[in-house]
Every structure is written in C-alpha cells, then in structure tokens.
Ligand binder design. Structure first.
Ligand code: DX5
Ligand code: ZN
Length: 217
C-alpha cells in the first residue's frame, strides 16, 4: 500500500506559513492542527487562517480538529477548503451525523482517537468514515515521544478494515520519525503525520522522501 506523508505545520514557522507550505510540495497533504485550549491545553489557529492556507498550499489540507463541540465547528473546516477533516470521537455528540455532513460538504472524513480511547466502536461504522486517526501521543503538542502501547490499536484497526474489505485509511500522529515509522507501517498504518521530524530536518523535501521510503519498506 502506498504510504502517505502528511507533515504537520504545527512545527512550521507560524510567521512564514506560505514559505513553509511551499517546502512540503512533495508531501501528500499538509496536516493542520487546530486546537481550542479546551479539548487540549494548547491554542493554535482557526477558520480564517485555515481558509487562507488552503488557498496557498501546494498540497491539500488534512485538518485535525482538537476542539470541543466538533458537531458545530467541523463542517466549517470543509467549507474553508480542507480536503480532509478529522474530528475527535471524544468531542462529537453524533459522530455519524457529523461524518455524513462532512462528506456532503465534499471532504474526506477522519475520526481521531486519543491513546486511551478504544477503536472498537468505529469498526461497525467503517462505511461512514474515510480514515481512522490513531493518536500515538496525547494530543496537544509536537515533539513528544511515541507511545508504543498504541500499536496494537493500529493492528486491530487494520485487521478489521481488511476483513471488511473496506478502503478506510489508518493515520498515525505523534512521534513519527525515521526510528518509528517502519514498525508503525508494519502494524498497518498507511498515513503518517510528522511534524518535528520533517520541519526539524535540514532538507525538508528529502526527509519526506526518506520517511515515505521507510514506511513502504
Ligand atoms: C499533536 C499534533 C501533531 C503534532 C505531531 O497533538 O496532533 O500533529 O504536530 O508532532 P510530532 O510529529 O513532532 O510528534
Ligand atoms: Zn495532528
């Protein structure tokens, strides 16, 4: 399965977003972390900024919403131009209704799980979603170390998707780097978010290529 590499612009220079988006033109999507200081203890960017970066990004946007009241806010990120909108299962009142609304708005739908949230409730709903995001750190900050205990969840998600003959993507986010990406891919993930590993590299484009090659084994 081809590996998709989605650099997280959380590790970009927020005063130079257009320049730092241009640096990831060989990526698959730009991963945009939206945090509201309630769902997670950090605050980043919101709709006006996402709307503008959707206009200047060389690659489609993969919005990761770490916000409360996802039912209310997520559809507006599809309208703002995000090609993929991921909300947290823990923050949605009616995840299936929201997923349908996002698809109707033209976006791919992702559902994210904190490290301690089980994947099983999603496995009967695979027809309704395009991607499961298994958080491999506690959401909120870049640069944290990968939580090994999340790998069995990646394996269970992949096994259920394959058994159902579904096309759902499995994304991982947090602590993805050269030293971890191989075994995460082995566990069954096919979409890899990497913030500090990509933007901390001297040659950002080469790092994206290196990560993709390691993931594809
Ligand atoms: C964390 C964010 C991640 C973050 C990953 O809550 O969702 O996307 O940018 O950063 P790294 O790759 O540095 O762990
Ligand atoms: Zn993220």
């Amino acid at each position: 399965m081809p590996a998709l590499i989605n650099p997280s612009i959380l590790s970009a220079d927020f005063a130079n977003l257009e320049r730092d988006l241009a640096r990831i033109a060989n990526a698959d999507y730009a991963h945009v972390d939206v945090m509201d200081n309630h769902f997670v203890p950090n605050l980043t960017i919101g709709l006006p900024v996402v709307r503008r970066i959707a206009e200047v990004s060389p690659v489609p946007l993969d919005a990761h919403l770490m916000i409360e009241d996802a039912d209310r806010w997520a559809p507006q990120y599809a309208e703002a131009g995000a090609a993929s909108v991921t909300f947290h299962l823990e923050a949605a009142q009616a995840p299936v209704r929201l997923a349908r609304e996002l698809r109707a708005g033209g976006a791919r739908v992702g559902v994210a799980l904190r490290p301690a949230t089980p994947v099983e409730p999603l496995l009967d709903l695979l027809d309704e979603i395009d991607m499961i995001l298994v958080m491999t750190v506690e959401p909120g900050f870049g640069g944290q170390s990968f939580i090994e205990g999340t790998l069995p969840k990646v394996r269970r998600a992949r096994a259920a998707i394959d058994a159902a003959g579904a096309e759902t993507w499995v994304q991982v986010d947090g602590g993805v780097a050269r030293g971890t990406i191989g075994r995460i891919a082995q566990a069954g993930a096919n979409v890899f978010v990497a913030g500090s590993a990509v933007y901390g590299a001297d040659d950002v484009a080469a790092e994206i290529t290196a990560l993709r090659e390691l993931a594809e084994g």
